[in-house]
Design a protein around this ligand. Sequence first.
Ligand SMILES: *Cc1c(COP(=O)(O)O)cnc(C)c1O
Length: 394
Amino acid sequence: MPSEPAGHEIPLCVPEVRGREWVYVKECLDSGWVSSVGSYVDRFEREMAQCVGTAHAVATVNGTAALHTALLVAGVMPDDEVLVSTLTFIAPVNAIRYAGAWPVLIDAEPVHAQMDPALVAQFLERDCVVTQGVLRNRATGRRIHAIVPVHILGHPCDLKPLLALARRYGLAVVEDATESLGAEYFDGEVWRGVGSLGDLSCFSFNGNKLITTGGGGMICTDNPQWAARAKYLTTQAKDDPIEYVHHEIGFNYRLTNIQAAMGCAQLEQLPAFVAKKRAIQTAYAAGLADLPGLRLLGSAAWAQSACWMPTAVIDARVFGCGSRALLQRLQACGIQTRPLWTPAHLNRPHAASPRVGGAMAERFHANALSLPCSVGLTTEDQQRVIAAIREASQ
Ligand SMILES: *Cc1c(COP(=O)(O)O)cnc(C)c1O
């Protein structure tokens, strides 16, 4: 039976550029301040710090560079080990390797697909030992120095137990908040912005993130020395601005003023963007909740999710088809969806890494599909997505 005509394409997630982007970018071009120094870089850093709830912010060329720098600033040394989620976009795992360190891949918890604090506890208690004041992995002998909780899909990890473990074992916490700008976490007393709870946090302004600068990133921290060190490392570690003396190997990880200008305009719209993302999540929940064999990842009691990417988990036997068959059927209707990432431990460069579990991440990878969620998604288009999913389940 031929299905109805496909209609226009509905992309997974495209930027919304309807604010003061043109005004601010034009101001850069007219003034000649187009490169890596300029008032918009300072302003974007100031406003991001305010938005996240930290004292300082340092702009970077992208989120991966932010993660690399944050790990160095946190004191990660070559041959250290760093705990990180295995169910993530690969960037934080690669960033650990850029620092010369090794990831310890932690499985997801079954409900919200975030880093499982129970497995972190199990690893630190069972598989590590303190010798001469240094926490080491028993199996590899390497020092454990930091933990990178990745808040995937707009939803925070359960940070309270993770922070307690980090404190007990003396680990630095670098939040990968690249997908979760605008999300909040309830620590038992107050709601706090994601990215304000760890020692350092990282954001991305890639095209599909909550806000975009085309490409860009940010490091946030309350520690003034760490902020200064992040600025130093991202600007070629210049120790003398006249003689160009360098005591360390730095990086050119700077964000340009043009990009920062776009960032300032995007940040003004963040509350509206998050509100729209949450409305999209609510509409999917209303339109799909009764479908047997489909579960939409929801919000934990500790979370106000930014709902960056609404994601359905399919039970193939009950639903009628699997996640990849559903992806194909939706694609045939012009609707773009995406599975969750292949877990880091199944990617060749990281396959030999120490890990704790992994089966849950593999299950999410096999069964989950993220749904169209552009801020500009119309009600009609979203109803088309819902109708197409309902049709596929029959
Ligand atoms: C997008 C993303 C990053 C950083 O991405 P860039 O493209 O380098 O800005 C890092 N971690 C996660 C989980 C991401 O989704």
